[in-house]
Design a protein around this ligand. Structure first.
Ligand code: GAL
Length: 632
């Protein structure tokens, strides 16, 4: 498949007489795609029912006349001010009970029926008018960004009660499932059940977890309405642009509704804002970004998109404006990030944005053009890639040898019951991913209900708190090395401790007799070197002990192809554990230099230097911010 480039464009921000010139410049740069429309509601419908679609029609004509393909975004992340007048209760409400205000974006509550109908209506109207003229769609913009899926509104409360009634059918069943006899929390009617905020001390964890599941379902329901509206008029593929480390809703659920998953990649913004990197690494990678964070999301969205179809919908092109500090990327990084995405299977990488906006919130956010329309630094790098992809290496994806489970429900469960500061599911999975990548291994991220693990040599499901039946059958059927733990299959679906005690995996003689969490500043040693941190389980076992603590107590055991890891290893211990597992799986783990990462496609090996200095690797001199590729 041909790989392409694109950009995000806001015709409503610029005088109409420059659209044609912009379009020609985009095409001349070698771009294929242009995404438009996703924040334009106040111009598409300045007053209720006053539809002003002609300008968008002309913009689409101008762009397609220049040979570009249009991705049309639905404008529902930015309902205009009149919407609030029309639906005063449409605002999302925070955990303190305060409505979020108009004046930025994403202020709506997913459970508000009136707003969902408005979102369906505008989407249907756009699809009706433009369904045959655009080449792809994007629903809304970054569900969950700015913490915007969880809402404690009256609308959410009503919908949650209905959701619970459907799920449990009777309050007796709900009381039993949640364990409401504890602290006399029993209900006799679904109408008595409030949202789990503003309680005196913590609410019942089962109550919170069901609220998180409900919240995720509301996002999926909201998205499905837009998908239905589009499908009635358009055959073009539909996508949504997810955001890095947003885990408030199940992306696999939403992803199943559409053809393409896309995500918005801001490597330098993320590094300080959400990677969890050490201060030294934040300094070292300040102009390059974390070496694994983007790759993790590339691999995740390859799994979220249908048949592995995914894009980067927004690629950082220069400094952004929203992180604690906002450095410029090292020269070459914009090209580098683009190639990294292609190496992980992206069909398209689109730069955010075409021209830097000199007004409003994102004035210091770079574009491919400066506000005065002169080329910014990223422009030449995009041009370079546009030239390079004419002679593209083979990037069709092959199954990776390693599968790593990522489960949104486990994230909610860990957040609900972390048991200790710093105990975060995403971080555990991400550190495992990092460890695998440091060994030079390519990884497929897989959903928790994967029922066929054929073709994988090494399968890991750290922290997946309630294993699904399909996955349990799949690990029973595989000969691959399987590593579970810590905290894998530790809870029932209602977040209770099951009896017999966890992990209760057939063929693995392990019983978790106690868990403890450690202060973040107090890791403890493995007997063979490295530390464990944060989470530790005491286990009873007759299996072979392959890792122990300083007193000889088991920290990791193995039986046949199953291993159980009873603690959260630091990078040193992680490397030893993963190296041993990779060798047992018949793989060839390497000890890569700190800044190098490898990605294997079906026929090509890419090597990326994330460091600020050139590195000699594998017989190649890889420049700083450089990438090389050769046949695998
Ligand atoms: C994204 C968002 C864009 C823009 C960008 C700035 O999260 O989708 O609209 O705000 O960030 O980096």
């Amino acid at each position: 498949m041909k790989r392409t480039l694109g950009t995000c464009y806001y015709p409503e921000h610029w005088p109409e007489d420059i659209w044609a010139k912009d379009a020609t410049r985009m095409a001349d740069l070698g771009l294929t795609w242009v995404r438009i429309g996703e924040f334009a509601w106040s111009r598409l419908e300045p007053a209720p029912g006053d539809l002003q679609f002609d300008w968008l029609d002309r913009a689409i004509t101008t762009l397609t006349d220049a040979g570009l393909k249009v991705v049309l975004g639905t404008p529902t992340a930015t309902p205009p001010r009149w919407m609030l007048t029309k639906h005063p209760n449409m605002l999302a409400v925070d955990a303190e009970g305060r409505p979020r205000k108009f004046g930025s974006r994403r202020h709506y509550c997913f459970s508000h029926e009136g707003y969902r109908e408005e979102s369906f209506r505008i989407t249907r109207l756009l699809a009706e008018r433009f369904g045959k003229r655009v080449a792809a769609w994007q629903t809304d913009n970054e569900y969950g960004c700015h913490d915007t899926t969880i809402s404690y509104s009256k609308a959410a409360e009503n919908a949650f009660r209905d959701w619970l009634a459907q799920k449990y059918q009777s309050t007796d069943a709900l009381n039993r499932a949640w364990g409401n006899v504890f602290w006399s929390m029993e209900y006799t009617s679904f109408d008595e059940i409030d949202l789990p905020n503003l309680t005196v001390t913590e609410p019942n964890p089962a109550h919170i977890l069901d609220f998180r599941r409900f919240t995720s379902d509301q996002v999926a329901r909201f998205n499905q309405a837009q998908v239905d509206a589009i499908r009635a008029y358009s055959d073009a593929p539909i996508s949504h642009n997810y955001m890095g480390r947003v885990t408030e809703f199940d992306h696999f659920d939403v992803g199943r509704q559409m053809e393409i998953a896309t995500w918005d990649s801001y490597p330098l913004g993320f590094l300080e804002d959400r990677v969890g990197a050490s201060p030294e690494d934040q300094r070292h990678y300040a102009r390059q970004g974390d070496p694994d964070f983007q790759a993790f999301h590339h691999d995740l969205y390859r799994a979220v998109g249908q048949d592995g179809r995914w894009w980067v919908m927004e690629q950082q092109p220069g400094p952004v404006n929203w992180a604690p500090s906002n450095p410029a990327p090292l020269p070459g990084m914009v090209r580098f990030w683009t190639w990294e995405a292609f190496a992980h299977g992206a069909e398209c990488v689109a730069y955010f944005r075409w021209r830097q906006a000199p007004f409003a919130q994102e004035q210091y956010h770079a574009g491919l053009l400066r506000p005065d329309s002169t080329e910014a630094e990223g422009f030449a790098e995009a041009a370079k890639v546009a030239n390079e992809i004419k002679d593209m290496p083979h990037v069709e994806q092959a199954k990776a040898p390693v599968a790593l489970v990522f489960d949104y429900a486990s994230q909610w469960a860990w957040e609900t019951q972390p048991q200790g500061t710093g105990c975060d599911y995403f971080q555990l999975v991400f550190e495992t991913y990092k460890g695998l990548r440091q060994l030079g291994l390519s990884v497929d991220i897989i959903p928790p209900d994967t029922g066929n693990l054929g073709g994988y040599e090494l399968i890991l499901a750290p922290g997946a708190i309630t294993l699904t039946d399909p996955f349990k059958s799949a690990i029973r059927a595989t000969d691959a090395q399987v590593i579970l733990g810590p905290r894998t299959n530790a809870k029932t679906a209602e977040l209770s401790i099951p009896v017999p005690l966890p992990p209760a995996i057939d063929g693995l003689d392990v019983t978790i007799s106690r868990v403890e969490t450690l202060r973040p500043d107090s890791p403890e040693p493995f007997s063979d070197g490295g530390n464990y941190k944060l989470w530790r389980e005491q286990i009873e076992t007759a299996a072979d002990v392959i890792e122990a603590d300083a007193k000889g107590q088991p920290l990791m055991v193995r039986a046949h192809n199953f291993s159980y890891l009873a603690a959260w290893p630091n990078p040193v211990a992680m490397q030893r554990i993963l190296t041993r597992a990779a060798i047992a799986a018949g793989l060839d783990p390497q000890d890569l230099p700190k800044d190098i990462r490898i990605r294997d496609t079906g026929q090509t090996r890419f090597a990326f230097n994330h460091g600020p200095e050139p590195i000699q690797f594998d017989g190649y001199n890889i420049p700083a911010a450089g990438v090389i590729w050769h046949p695998a």
